[in-house]
Ligand binder design. Structure first.
Ligand SMILES: Cc1cc2nc3c(=O)[nH]c(=O)nc-3n(C[C@H](O)[C@H](O)[C@H](O)COP(=O)(O)OP(=O)(O)OC[C@H]3O[C@@H](n4cnc5c(N)ncnc54)[C@H](O)[C@@H]3O)c2cc1C
Length: 414
């Protein structure tokens, strides 16, 4: 007889994609459906064992870590419903971003926005507030309209707009409210994009900042402190000088009269073919968010700090914007933000550099990306996230024993 997948097994070491987080959980299991998830959670609760879920492992922080039971939901994958009239799509938790593309396109739909890569599982991406660029759009978390969660008792709870506090807590929950088994997203009509990619000087970008932010569907750039910086993120300057240049990307929607174009830097294609980039696991990233109105001063200060920190600061500074949402733990809670990302080189001691970026951006009341390196403290959490206490109260109500917390999250959210 085949061994049941819901038997939790002793497990090998788990390592994230970039290789800076690894741990060995006591047990691991790969449930085949929601019922098996509920059974495993119930049993873990009876034994007093913690539970965490591994998504695609693309977070840089110890958000997956557990010394209890680690769940792999890979079997719970696929878009299960699309609604072209109501502009909704429902998918199982482990559906990769890229696995939304065809089913949505076939229904005349598309994700409203997405980030730089598309290998994350949707529940993992949503858990940390994964975002793309553009102030007219929220993160993926901001478009979550419903969720199904297996809570600490092993009960299945449907979350939707009838309980807005629970919905807003669920939208960015870093796995702390329970095991998410499915998500309903607000989506949009299928659209095509034209990219315009090119090098511009820092001063030029800063001078045209408002126009770049306001007049394009998506705008972001990488500032390259040195000639070598572009290659670290696979950014091709086509022979032009890169040092101290901005590699600018703007994407705008085009109508059916505009033909597809595969010219690099000027492509026109379905949205989901324009968004994703290719990264190598050669960087450890910190990402902070500053209220949009303070963007130019914050960016100028980070650039100056990076120039002073060379060669530790050799990785590009990535800059994007994201629209406001209501999620309790979202960096965009009630405010549009500029997104500021910097990276350290694996194998080097980059901590002093990252700490200096943290100290500088603390003066700009920066919030953090939960999936990227950060130095959040309980004091800053409560000062910067006005609904943090409400999140913690709901978390305690749903999971009084803290079975979905881990060593990384407990100091902030117990
Ligand atoms: C190369 C690269 C590019 C990136 N680009 C972007 C970007 O453009 N924009 C951006 O915002 N971020 C970006 N990120 C960060 C990334 O999107 C987030 O860290 C995201 O959370 C990773 O998703 P994942 O599926 O790998 O989840 P994991 O990292 O595996 O897990 C993230 C969290 O979700 C929890 N979780 C996963 N599934 C469930 C579930 N079913 N139920 C409950 N909890 C669950 C995990 O326990 C963990 O706490 C990037 C990361 C990398 C490595």
């Amino acid at each position: 007889m085949a061994r049941s997948a819901i038997t939790d097994q002793t497990s090998p070491t788990w390592t994230n994609w970039v290789g800076n987080q690894s741990f060995t959980p006591a047990r691991a299991a790969a449930p085949r459906d929601e019922e098996e998830v509920a059974t495993l959670v119930r049993r873990a609760a009876e034994r007093g064992v913690g539970v965490r879920v591994a998504g695609a492992g693309h977070s840089f922080t110890p958000v997956v870590q557990t010394d209890g039971l680690l769940l792999d939901l890979a079997a719970l994958s696929g878009v299960v419903h699309t609604d072209p009239v109501g502009k909704r799509a429902t998918a199982l938790a482990a559906t990769r971003i890229r696995d939304f593309y065809e089913p949505l396109w076939q229904a005349g739909l598309a994700l409203r926005n997405q980030g730089d890569i598309d290998t994350q599982q949707i529940a993992g991406a949503v858990a940390t507030g994964t975002h793309g660029s553009g102030t007219r759009f929220t993160s993926l978390s901001g478009v979550v309209r419903g969720a199904r969660i297996v809570t600490a008792t092993g009960d299945v709870r449907d979350v939707d707009g009838s309980d807005l506090d629970l919905l807003h807590a669920t939208q960015v929950s870093v796995g702390m409210l329970g095991v998410v088994t499915r998500l309903e997203l607000e989506v949009t009509d299928a659209y095509r994009l034209r990219e315009q990619v090119g090098l511009r000087s820092w001063d030029d970008v800063m001078e045209h900042w408002d126009e770049l932010v306001d007049q394009h569907r998506h705008f972001g750039f990488f500032w390259l402190p040195t000639e070598e910086s572009g290659a670290l993120y696979n950014l091709d300057g086509h022979g032009e000088r890169l040092a101290d240049q901005c590699y600018v990307k703007v994407y705008d929607e085009v109508g059916p009269d505009v033909a597809d174009d595969d010219t690099v830097g000027r492509r026109v294609d379905r949205c989901y073919r324009i968004f994703p980039m290719v990264y190598d696991p050669n960087f450890h990233e910190l990402e902070y968010f500053v209220a949009l109105e303070r963007a130019p001063q914050a960016l100028q200060a980070v650039r100056e700090l990076m120039l002073r920190s060379l060669p530790d600061a050799v990785y590009p500074l990535e800059v994007r914007t994201v629209g406001a949402d209501r999620a309790f733990l979202s960096p965009q809670h009630d405010t549009a933000t500029v997104v500021i990302s910097v990276s350290g080189k694996p194998g080097t001691d980059y901590w002093a550099y990252l700490r200096s970026v943290d100290a500088l951006l603390a003066d700009f009341d920066a919030r953090v990306h939960w999936g990227k390196l950060h130095f959040m403290t309980p004091e800053r959490l409560h000062a910067l996230y006005p609904r943090a206490a409400d999140f913690i109260a709901l978390r305690r109500e749903l999971d009084p024993e803290g079975m979905f917390l881990n060593d990384h999250l407990r100091p902030l959210f117990a």
